[in-house]
Each structure stands twice: as C-alpha cells, then as structure tokens.
Ligand binder design. Sequence first.
Ligand SMILES: Nc1ncnc2c1ncn2[C@@H]1O[C@H](COP(=O)(O)OP(=O)(O)OP(=O)(O)O)[C@@H](O)[C@H]1O
Length: 229
Amino acid sequence: MIEFRQVTKRYDSDHTALRQVNFGLDRGELAFLTGHSGAGKSTLLKLIMVMERPSAGELIVGGQLLNRLPRRQIPYIRRHIGVVFQNHQLLFDRTVYDNVAMPLEVMGASPREAGRRVRAALDKVGLLSKEKMNPMQLSGGEQQRVGIARAVVNKPPVLLADEPTGNLDPELSADIMNLFGQFSQVGVTVLIATHDIALINEMGRRTLTLDHGRLVAGGTPLVGGASGH
Ligand SMILES: Nc1ncnc2c1ncn2[C@@H]1O[C@H](COP(=O)(O)OP(=O)(O)OP(=O)(O)O)[C@@H](O)[C@H]1O
C-alpha cells in the first residue's frame, strides 16, 4: 500500500531530512515510526500526504507513483489518506457531528450519505451519544477520538497519525491504540509516528526507526517486492 524506494528528501543543500529510505507497508499493516527529534518522522509523513515531494527515489501509495503526480490530482490522493494529529485540530465553534462531517462536505456527499457515514464513524469510536456536543465539553481522550472519527469518516485505505497520544495518559493511549488496531484489522494501513517508547514496547508491532534521516530499523521491504496495489 505504501512503498518507499531509496527515497531522499533534501529541503536545501544543508538540510537532508531523509536519506535513501526503503520500506514497504502492506494493506492492513500497522507500524510505528520513531526516532529522535529532527530524525525525519514528520517529513516522511508529509511525503505520503504529498505535502512535500521526494528529491530522489520513488514513493508509491495505493499503486500510484507520487513523485511526479500532477498538482490537480493531489486532492484526490489526500482523500485516500486519513490523518490524526496530536492537537486534533478540531473546530470549537462546531458540534462533534459537524467536525466529523468536514471531509465529506469537501467531497460533496449528500446530507443523507454524510449522516450515515458520520454516525458510523462516531459509533466506531464510542461517541455516538455526543454528536450534538461541542468538542470543548469533551475530555482530551474524547476529543482525540473525534479527530480519529473525522480521519476515517470517508474510509481511507491509509491512516497516518503524528503523536496521536502525546497529551494522553497511558490508559487513554492504550484505548486509542486499540482503535488503530481495529482499523488495521479491517484492512486499513496504519502508520503512527511517536516518541512514546513505552507504548511501542507494549504494542509489540513493527517499528520503523529513523536516525538523522536514515531508516536504521524496521525497514524490511514487502515480501516478494510487490508494490502493494
Ligand atoms: N520546511 C523545511 N525546510 C528546511 N528544513 C526542514 C523543513 N522541515 C524540516 N526540516 C529539517 O529536516 C529535518 C527533519 O525534520 P522533521 O520535522 O521531519 O523531523 P521529526 O523527526 O518529525 O522531528 P520532531 O520529532 O521534532 O517533530 C530537521 O533537520 C529539520 O530541521
């Protein structure tokens, strides 16, 4: 589903954020991405979201080579990628329902279809009863779950998370990880960037480790070198 082949990202001549990174993530695989501050984690996620382009190498997501993807096709690719952030970026002047519905509005879904999808997503994260509330009235863990519902509302095949448990205590973090595990079980490819080594150890999943832009662990390629279409 995601394949990096010798991917290098240079921001300018002094800043090489990723160096010849090689790895593949299959459909339904869940992996962590870790490394020191500045190791290149956010850059790697930005390349998958096509917020940045590789300087060298090939990046394939869902069978599409992203390197030279025309600009007008970027929104189409982004619809296939759900993103969860640490600060969940919710709008506090809208209800929980409206926050989750946002990606569907952008896609032009009918109100009926949107209603069905939003409720299914809220049900999955256990917040169906809170759809009319304002995110401000929710706990930190609940707010993060609203962010996850929004990320998965249009059923993306890829889910990326950047420090999704940064502000949460261990018990709530475990809940969030269980949710990610459930998505991977239904075929979503999940990549979670985190500094939380305790959480990574507890989960016992594949872990990609970056060190000064090099992938120093976890970079086994896809079995048979398939590109994961
Ligand atoms: N837009 C940019 N222009 C120039 N250099 C950049 C840019 N974005 C990131 N970098 C540099 O690339 C390197 C990797 O940064 P990146 O943000 O990917 O690391 P990170 O592992 O996500 O760090 P953190 O854990 O602190 O978020 C750093 O040296 C950073 O200074």
